[in-house]
Ligand binder design. Structure first.
Ligand SMILES: Nc1nc2nc(S)n(CCO)c2c(=O)[nH]1
Length: 157
């Protein structure tokens, strides 16, 4: 069964509850969440003048195809009241697909692996907790090595 790694993020509202409810919804609609990292509080990347995020990586075993999984991720965001007001602005929930097995995909709707994964410690740190030895298809390096190489500073509030 395909394995996907997702990054959940929230910096608006009751972040802990939002992330827990997102995992419950993914379990009910997308497959089985078989692993979840700890919650990491990190300074906002991108548009820095916004509240700190809570980030969490999850491992999902799924029978959904990538674009079907993307639809469920977007539905999960909408259930949490996600409003896309400002690009990279504050949001109740963000669910990004980081990896989907060893698939490399470049479409208008979805790029896999996530194109900014190698430059984001806020994604690499939680992912390395549950998938340190998973090899990034395309870069052919394990997640742990991507983390070591990532220059992005992880400032914990
Ligand atoms: N620390 C942190 N910064 C972020 N900037 C954006 S956009 N996002 C949403 C994910 O693309 C985040 C995030 O999840 N965590």
């Amino acid at each position: 069964m395909p394995t996907a790694y997702l990054l959940l993020g929230s910096n608006l509202g009751d972040r802990t509850t939002i992330l827990r409810e997102a995992i419950d919804y993914l379990n009910a609609t997308a497959g089985n969440v078989v692993a979840a990292s700890a919650l990491y509080e990190t300074a906002a990347w991108g548009l820095e003048d916004q509240p700190a995020f809570l980030n969490q990586a999850v491992c999902l075993q799924t029978t959904l195809l990538p674009l079907q999984l993307l639809e469920i991720c977007q539905a999960t965001e909408q259930r949490a009241g996600r409003e896309r007001l400002v690009r990279w602005g504050a949001r109740t929930l963000d669910v990004d697909i980081l990896l989907y097995d060893d698939l490399v995909l470049n479409t208008e709707r979805l790029t896999l692996p996530h194109p900014r994964l190698p430059e984001r410690r806020f994604a690499l740190v939680p992912l390395a907790e549950i998938a340190a030895n998973v090899v990034h298809p395309g870069l052919e390096k394990p997640v742990a090595e991507l983390l070591v190489e990532c220059a992005d500073m992880l400032e914990v509030k």
